[in-house]
Write a protein that binds this ligand. Sequence first.
Ligand code: FE2
Ligand code: FE2
Length: 188
Amino acid sequence: MESNAQHFETATDALKGDHRIIEKVLGFLEKATSGSVDAPFEAWSKAVDFIRNFADRCHHLREEKLLFPLLESKGIPVEGGPIGMMLIEHDEGRGYVRGMAEALERAKAEPQAAKTVLIENAGAYLRMLRQHILKEDEVLFMMAEDALSEEEQKTLLREFEEHEERELGTGVHEKYLKIAEELEALAG
Ligand SMILES: [Fe+2]
Ligand SMILES: [Fe+2]
């Protein structure tokens, strides 16, 4: 069954495709944190839902559980190398997202304080993830493209799709694509 509307030839292209979707939500966070768009809490909630489920559970876990171990098996070291750095940054991001989610829980009772905490954490997340994506697109994925054969890329791509089915379920990819587009439109 086809669950994914997008078609990529290689696993690294699929990950770059995820990055382009994630960047739409980062664009929203940029506007919302700079105050140029006054985003309602509802939109912030959608962004947190997207980041937790699409960016983290689907995308970061594709990297952590499938791509990185494969690269490690090809002799690319984890400790002290780009993979180790990427793992640390994924965790750093989870901390910021936890901060955003906690702020949203207080949004009704203390809207002003909640907004401040949201903006702080979203700003840090956004700056970190933009750099993170750049490092993956321009360094780590280039290394992966050199290290992996065409066949290995194909197998990995298939594993990515299975991972998404398992983590998100069928058709949920489309839901998050929609959220990303909605938030992008809201950011103007
Ligand atoms: Fe990553
Ligand atoms: Fe990534």
